[in-house]
Design a binder for this molecule. Sequence first.
Ligand code: SF4
Length: 370
Amino acid sequence: MAGQKQSALLGHSFQELRVVVEEFGQPDYRARQLFEAIYRQRLATVDQASTLPQSMRERLKSSGLEIGLPKIEKRFESIDGTVRYLILLADGQSVETVWMPEGDGGEAGDGSDSGPEQETASGATFDRATLCVSSQVGCAVNCQFCLTAQLGIKRNLTAGEIVGQVIAVLNDHRVDLERQRMNIVFMGMGEPFLNYENFIKAVRLLVEGVGFSESRMTVSTAGIVPRIEDFGKETIRPKLAISLNASNDEVRERVMPINRKWNLAALLGAARRFPLRNRERLTFEYVLLEGVNDSPQHAREVVSLLQGIRAKVNLIALNSGPGISFNTPSDICVQSFQRLLIEAGIPTFVRRPRGRDIYAACGQLKRTVA
Ligand code: SF4
């Protein structure tokens, strides 16, 4: 219908699709076919859903229903193979999604069970990759080392917009989830636990619909304590990462103002109570800022904070950017910080910066358009 406003089917659960199908007077099994078309086959339009009768496709469209896959507006490719995507949403807002071939070095992947390699648009090959997905347009948390914070919060993403980023990027790389090992990290723009319902719904759709394994997903929170408690009760849930970034309240308040609401005692209390699965570890992310949180004394404080928690630590040397008033520590400083944690028995990894040249690295997502 000309000028009719379109509604997206992407983001509907199977149960919600059953209601749609029923309203159209179609048999129940059409809901399964529609669910498969949207999530498993990752189709872009209702027209492509060849399992549905033509008449039903026409009726969906004339009622203003479309799959509603978000469009890739721009693509920035780094020399290291990382691709930063600007994804355009229906209301004209945009978010960023990052594709990192072979992971980002901070994942649990050990390089085993590698599948076949596949050629990307740029001609590079990959057999595993990590997608970094956004949960909000902008962010309200205001971490002082993060470029996204400078945008402020514009709005939450819907579950369909979160899943849509993943599908758009998977399709761009023609990924076969049966053959290639994909990880998702919810570490893009926004604080997923401040958009909790939509985030959890997206996780369920990615697992039950698209076919991801929950053990290949990690969500990072700045420390929204009540949602950490809720998250621990979910039957389907990714692994949890906590953005720590300081070893005491004084420093953490300076770099993460949210610490005034939930301080380290509250955060680490929730971390201690978090129900880990067999062999699962809590990840603590720690952005090292020169002269602020990177001394041997800070490392020793981190060790005592994490005592009794089955944890691993990912260290990230600050990825600096315009308007950020901190500096990147030296490699020697990063290595000695890492050594102190490892000597105390905490598995500690230094995350390789990915896509710094295209503003795709951690804390750099700001919809930079050049
Ligand atoms: S680091 Fe994450 S939580 Fe903090 S301001 Fe940036 S996007 Fe928000």
